[in-house]
Design a binder for this molecule. Structure first.
Ligand SMILES: [Zn+2]
Length: 245
């Protein structure tokens, strides 16, 4: 980690054994000052803590701001903004932004580091992050039908140059007229069960493009430079509204 990043220390308490430990927080995640920050953020242990006493591991989240001027992406991490009380926080952020809006900057609010990484990955692969969200209920619905209790899921990457065989965990949809082509790219997500067990899942390109079409047909407005929160709940609401309308 570059020392140009601002490091702060806070105290955390282990939920299992109550041990108080020091948590290292990196702030000022600004690529113009710290070009290496994106790679560091993508490392698995960046936002993991491990209790020195009992070995329990978990995710940390603290308020911080990620900015990549080249990709024109700004992401505000506000812990739990994706909860039921988050809407007011989002409104407040946009009030503070008044007069400062640059419509070329995509601004997003996320509730944890997994969602921040998802935003960076979606941008890297040139995807509309709303489409990334819309694919989630397809996969999660399937897991729930198998009796799994899902907490959330986050896009990770696109895999290309695949073989002729289907990949485990991937939802393959097709038009029904043509056979599914397993060599096409798949969109990979990590889905977490309520006990935080991660599962590697995905959708095929047909399913992802279907979601893109749904978004295009919905007349969703282009980005306006204000903060938006697009997450699993937003995607579920979108699909519900569509079925009712
Ligand atoms: Zn512990």
């Amino acid at each position: 980690m570059d020392e140009k990043s601002l490091i702060r220390y806070s105290k955390g308490r282990c939920a299992s054994c109550g041990t108080i430990m020091e948590v290292k927080e990196y702030h000022d995640l600004d690529r113009s000052r710290n070009p290496d920050i994106t790679g560091v953020l993508m490392e698995e242990d960046f936002f993991m803590w491990e209790c020195p006493q009992c070995g329990r591991r978990g995710h940390i989240a603290y308020p911080c701001w990620y900015f990549d001027p080249e990709e024109e992406l700004g992401v505000a991490l506000v812990p739990d903004i994706d909860s039921s009380t988050g809407a007011a926080a989002l409104q407040g952020m946009n009030r503070n932004l008044e007069g400062l809006v640059q419509s070329n900057i995509t601004r997003r609010a996320v509730g944890n580091f997994l969602a921040l990484r998802e935003q960076i990955a979606a941008r890297y692969f040139g995807l509309d992050d709303r489409t990334v969200q819309l694919a989630k209920p397809l996969m999660i619905g399937q897991l729930q039908e198998e009796g799994k209790e899902v907490w959330n899921g986050y896009f990770v990457q696109i895999l290309e140059d695949l073989g002729e065989e289907p990949l485990p965990g991937v939802l393959y949809l097709g038009s029904g007229e043509e056979e599914v082509d397993y060599s096409r790219p798949v969109y990979c997500y990590n889905v977490y069960l309520t006990d935080h067990t991660p599962m590697a899942v995905g959708v095929n390109e047909y399913a992802f493009q279907l979601c893109q079409e749904l978004l295009d047909q919905s007349g969703a407005p282009p980005d306006d430079g204000r903060f938006h929160l697009y997450d699993l709940n937003w995607a579920i609401d979108f699909h519900n509204r569509r079925q009712q309308g």
